[in-house]
Design a binder for this molecule. Structure first.
Ligand code: PHE
Length: 450
């Protein structure tokens, strides 16, 4: 039986907190943990954080509100939401589903690496203080033909098992366990790092403003970071918003979710940078930071093994709460629009996404010489298409759609629960979604292509 019972009610979040935790879980991910600390430190510390906050408010909050409103209003997946309001705009939702599909395929490869490092930290395999040795260990691991694919499969399987449980029983329940744990771990790690002798240098790197470093490029990278970090532009928040009841306070959620995300990003900075500086390392970008530099740091810290385990579990939780939102975007589409049942849909999509991710994994080693776009292999090509094309395009079209096509009056009606809720920032929000959002995103988009 693959045809859905049409009388079946759409599932809803069990509670307001459940929704916030799930949405914040989608937002908090690898972007917060391995990108934010490094990008912030490099680009002027506190000055970058300030710019980030301004953009968070101007664009992050604005688009978050728009996506959630679109989802709750239509009670549909990303494609269905656009289609229900304007048939011709369904393709924008399509870009989102495609983006989620592609992003998950390589996000899961990295998720697999994280699982491997959880195991390594538990079995003592990371008790190495020489970053060169750790670098080689990481390099050899990802370049392996089969091992990373097996871990990629395990990560996909975990994602699938949660999504199979449904919205309330799967996603919400998992988020309610993983998010508080993640929060607790990151606070412990931050306190430990900041109190290390010499740790203060890392705090300074992150927070002391150097305004001379702020230029157009830095502002653009802050915008890109806000976008990715808040899971905007690919219909995640439309999908999660579609499971909301009509009585929730959307403006409040659209403020709380970005604040949670930023709090975790800042805490990640405080957990990572002081530790890196205290042991005389240089903060590296991306995977190098969490898979090479940090294990070296932990191995020299008292009780370092414990902190390493805690750290990799927290990274895993962050990655999983994001990956389930990506899978849900795709699942919701197929269930809503094609009428498939949830179980079959979830297994099929997870299988396809896994398969698409295999070349991304292989491109780290055996297929390193295969180039698709320019000198990019599979992994980098997926990343490039999603981050430089699909996300900005999805965000831009979202602004235009909500600001000009569906219209801000209709959106505000939804956001204020038919005028019964106060929405103090409405005038500002209208201006932001109609003008500031589209222009800002357009500038980033054009820049990233040149
Ligand atoms: N926000 C997630 C992160 O920071 C990534 C993500 C993007 C997840 C878009 C879902 C949708 O890692």
């Amino acid at each position: 039986m693959i045809v859905k019972d049409v009388n079946q009610e759409r599932e809803q979040w069990g509670s307001k907190v459940g929704f916030i935790l799930a949405a914040a879980g989608s937002a908090v991910g690898l972007g917060n943990l391995w990108k934010f600390p490094y990008v912030a430190g490099k680009n002027g510390g506190g000055a970058f954080v300030l710019v980030y906050f301004i953009i968070l408010f101007l664009v992050g909050f604005t688009l978050m509100l728009a996506e959630i409103a679109l989802g709750r209003h239509t009670q549909l997946n990303a494609i269905g939401a656009y289609r229900k309001l304007r048939e011709k705009w369904a393709f924008v939702g399509g870009l989102g589903v495609l983006a989620a599909f592609m992003l998950l395929s390589f996000y899961s490869v990295v998720g697999g690496w994280v699982i491997n490092y959880v195991i390594k930290s538990v079995t003592g395999g990371l008790n190495v203080s020489d970053p060169e040795v750790l670098g080689n260990m990481f390099g050899e691991f990802v370049a392996n033909r089969w091992t990373p694919i097996i871990y990629h499969a395990i990560f996909m399987l975990l994602t699938l098992l949660i999504v199979l449980g449904g919205v309330g029983g799967g996603i919400e329940k998992a988020s309610k366990i993983m998010m508080p744990a993640l929060f607790g771990f990151i606070i412990l790690l931050a306190v430990r790092a900041v109190t290390l002798p010499g740790g203060i240098e890392g705090v300074k790197y992150l927070l002391v403003p150097d305004f001379s470093k702020i230029n157009m490029e830095v502002i653009l990278s802050a915008l890109g970071q806000v976008f990715f970090s808040l899971s905007l532009g690919m219909g995640c928040m439309i999908t999660y918003g579609s499971y909301l009841g009509k009585d929730t306070n959307i403006p409040e959620s659209a403020v709380i979710i970005p604040l949670c995300d930023t709090a975790i990003a800042l805490l990640a900075g405080l957990a990572v940078l002081p530790a890196v500086f205290a042991f005389g390392f240089e903060p590296a970008a991306g995977p190098g930071l969490i898979f090479v530099t940090l294990p070296a740091v932990f191995s020299q810290m008292p009780l370092g093994n414990l902190f390493a385990i805690m750290f990799f579990i927290l990274v895993l939780f962050a990655a999983l709460t994001s990956s389930i939102s990506l899978l849900e975007v795709c699942v919701a589409y197929v269930v809503d629009e094609w009428g498939w049942n949830r179980k079959l849909t979830t297994w099929t999509l997870a299988g396809l996404i896994f398969a698409i991710g295999v070349p991304a994994s292989l491109s780290m080693g055996p297929w390193a010489d295969i180039h698709l776009l320019g000198d990019r292999g599979f992994f980098d090509t997926y990343d490039y298409i999603v981050s430089n094309w699909l996300l900005p395009l999805g965000g831009l079209l979202l602004c235009i759609f909500v600001g000009w096509i569906w219209g801000t009056d209709a959106a505000i009606k939804e956001v204020t629960n038919n005028g019964t809720l106060e929405f103090k920032l409405r005038g500002l929000w209208v201006f932001l979604i109609k003008y500031v959002g589209p222009v800002a995103i357009l500038v980033v988009f054009v820049r990233s292509l040149t």
